[in-house]
Design a protein around this ligand. Structure first.
Ligand code: IVH
Length: 682
């Protein structure tokens, strides 16, 4: 095949595959079989490999993923992503309608009612018909560019067919996980002992943030579009533009209505409140928008949301089962959660058998007794909650509930700290769910990032007695792991499933463990999982005190000089470090080769102007104090916590306490300003 022929064929296949994708995923009207589709895709993949010069960023081969994003790039939104005013009440909706009419006296008003899709908001940016960015909402001003992952969503066009679209425009919409995909994913997770997602929204959001787009491509995500933005819009009203966008290939659901009165709006709401379980995806309400852009402009916006739109949220669905018994679950932090076991009832399309009771206070407040009829409600979470007891149905002699006094997992007496609602099992290092929880935290992405050892595998290693704490991970070997297994019962089919560690699994685990030895000290400190030592605090501690030994020997006063470290954190650190077993754990991790000293993590060396110079930074600067400290390190200098005669400079910002200045003067340490510092480093 000549290059020219290859180019033509690639173009042809790209067009065909995009067309069939649209027929299948947007129109639900496929023209060819899956097998035929796969063959075309394979041919295109093959040609693109052979002739990479013709591989297009808009190619449908991107859909299967492969790109791995370590960290998502933050991007500023061109048009800020505002949110909507929310309401559950019909009166509020009437008020909204009256307000709109008052602000537009004498004008005719047309409303568009749409479904409120329950997923993750996304902005898709198109340049000359090519999808160039996909940005999450973030804080509304800037979000993460998750383009590689979004390209795997089959219903989103990567490249538009020829058409009358603006050269530069954005589509906004919601990424959702259809309920069937959600249930499949959770079943898969449960089968290997992993915790499922609470609801399809969380599953969509978790999937979108995965690093490996090939994984995302398997999650069956969908995207429903509801808003077109551009400086050159084809029409001057919302409905007409959305209809146009549908022609360009976007999945804009047809479930929209033009309404001219509040009664029409209520009719739409009631119809969908009753019919929403029949949709393949979750909706949590209805969005009502003023159609005309001229009117939208006149109505304007508040600081947070436009005045021309409102979201009406459906009330949670309720059912009334009986309370059979209460069980108790111990979480990773040792917190004990009561769970109600109920007679099975149908609620919002699923059978409910259990409900969360939160904590002892909630049980006491509800005054719930075994045998009571209770009202359960399903809000955003998959686990419903009990909101009240139906006292009219209470029969005599119901046994009131006394919260357990001992841990159901390990038998230790529970404790409750002042001011806290939860009872805790204090047996941190001997209680199975707490040990597993700590290990799962240790291997998680922002900690030691050993993803080859996902949740289910930790469980298997634990159950086989191979790990009892995080240091044991580094004692694992091929001999110990090969062939170990765990049997699960598939919840749906009741069949037994065996998960066994094979050669490849073991190899991946060992590689992951080895790679974790390069994880910087601040992450190691976070991974250890000391209460209140989160990511930020760990990084401050590492940067400030620099070595694990310095942290171990630091006094409370020294700890308190570290930014972000207050009484609660300092005390938690000190009491954790006071336990011999914990110090031994650190020693074992150090012996295994983990980093226990602050290196030059994340700091690019710009110059060595400040080589050998130590700085104490105090007060408020034109940029954050952390950025100032980073600049010091970038130029070869060193940050120290407190002033001593060995300190070279006190870098003083605004509002620095007088004590620091006094001490510096006394010890002959020069005090410099931000400007002087900037001159120093040129
Ligand atoms: S319009 C300025 N329409 O609901 C108007 N939003 O706070 C922007 N949502 O997270 C929103 N379905 O992602 C609009 N049909 C719909 C929607 C919708 C779901 C989400 C949106 C945002 C939240 C509104």
């Amino acid at each position: 095949m000549t290059a020219e022929q290859a180019q033509q064929r690639i173009e042809f296949l790209t067009g065909e595959l995009n067309r069939h994708n649209h027929l299948y995923y947007v129109d639900s009207a496929p023209e060819i079989s899956d097998r035929e589709f796969d063959l075309l895709m394979e041919e295109l993949q093959h040609l693109e490999q052979q002739f990479p010069q013709f591989a297009d960023s808009g190619s449908p081969t991107n859909r299967v993923g492969g790109e791995v994003t370590r960290e998502f790039r933050q991007v500023k939104h061109r048009y800020p992503m505002m949110s909507l005013a929310n309401t559950y009440s019909e009166d509020d909706l009437r008020d909204f309608d009256e307000r709109v009419r008052k602000l537009l006296p004498g004008e005719e008003i047309e409303y568009i009612c749409e479904l409120k899709y329950d997923g993750v908001a996304i902005t898709l940016a198109y340049l000359n018909g090519i999808l160039t960015q996909a940005i999450t909402r973030g804080d509304g001003e800037k979000g993460d560019d998750v383009l590689a992952n979004v390209k795997t969503i089959r219903s989103i066009p990567i490249k538009l067919k020829q058409g009358d679209f603006p050269a530069d425009f954005e589509m906004r919409g919601e990424i959702v996980m259809p309920r069937s995909e959600f249930e499949r994913l959770n079943r898969e997770k449960e089968n290997v002992g992993e915790q499922g997602f609470a609801n399809p929204r969380n599953a969509a959001s978790g999937s979108l943030k995965m690093q490996d787009s090939a994984e995302v491509s398997k999650r069956g995500l969908d995207c429903l579009l509801y808003y077109l933005l551009s400086d050159e819009l084809p029409y001057s009203s919302h409905y007409e533009n959305l209809s146009k966008a549908r022609e360009w290939g976007f999945k804009v659901p047809n479930y929209m209505a033009k309404c001219s009165s509040i009664e029409d709006i209520f009719e739409f709401i009631n119809a969908w409140d009753a019919g929403r379980d029949e949709l393949p995806y979750d909706i949590d309400g209805i969005v009502i928008k003023v159609n005309s852009y001229a009117q939208q402009q006149k109505l304007g916006a508040t600081a947070k949301s436009p005045r021309w739109a409102i979201a009406y949220k459906f009330k949670a669905k309720q059912a009334s089962p009986k309370l059979l018994s209460i069980s108790y679950q111990v979480g990773r932090t040792g917190a004990v959660t009561p769970v109600a076991n109920l007679t099975p009832v149908l609620l919002a399309g699923t059978v409910v058998k259990r409900a969360s009771l939160h904590n002892a206070d909630v049980i006491a407040k509800l005054d719930v007794r075994i045998g009571d009829t209770v009202i359960v409600e399903k809000g955003g979470e998959i686990i419903p909650k009990i909101i009240e007891v139906d006292l009219s149905k209470r029969s005599e002699g119901g046994q009131s509930v006394a919260f357990i006094t001992h841990c159901p997992e390990c038998g230790t007496a529970l404790v409750r700290q002042e001011g806290e609602a939860a009872w805790y099992c204090p047996n941190e290092s001997g209680c199975a769910p707490q040990i597993k929880g700590k290990i799962e935290h240790f291997i998680s992405r922002k900690a030691m990032n050993i993803d080859s050892l996902g949740e289910g595998k930790v469980e298997i290693l634990f159950d086989n007695g191979l790990i009892r704490n995080v240091a044991d991970i580094y004692m694992l070997s091929k001999e110990k792991m090969l062939g170990i297994e765990k049997k699960y019962e598939d919840e749906e089919t009741g069949k037994e499933r065996v998960v066994r560690f094979r050669e490849k699994t073991v190899e991946n685990i060992l590689n992951g463990i080895e790679a974790s030895k390069n994880i910087p000290f601040s992450q190691v400190l976070f991974a250890i999982g000391i209460r209140y030592v989160g990511e930020t605090v760990a990084s401050r501690l590492a940067r400030h005190l620099r070595t694990i030994d310095a942290i171990i020997s630091a006094t409370k006063e020294e700890l308190l000089t570290v930014e972000e470290v207050g009484e609660k954190i300092a005390e938690s650190l000190l009491s954790w470090l006071a336990v011999d077993e914990n110090r031994l754990l650190i020693q074992r991790l150090r012996d295994s080769g983990l980093k226990m000293e602050y290196g030059d993590e994340g700091v690019k060396q710009v110059s060595n102007t400040l080589e050998g110079k130590s700085f104490v930074v105090s007060g408020v600067f034109s940029i954050s104090r952390d950025d100032i400290k980073k600049m010091i390190e970038e130029h070869g200098g060193r940050n120290v916590g407190s002033i001593s005669s060995k300190t070279d400079y006190l870098l003083a910002g605004d509002n620095m306490g007088p004590e620091k200045r006094k001490k510096a003067t006394k010890l002959n340490v020069p005090v410099i300003s931000e400007d002087e510092f900037r001159q120093m480093i040129g």
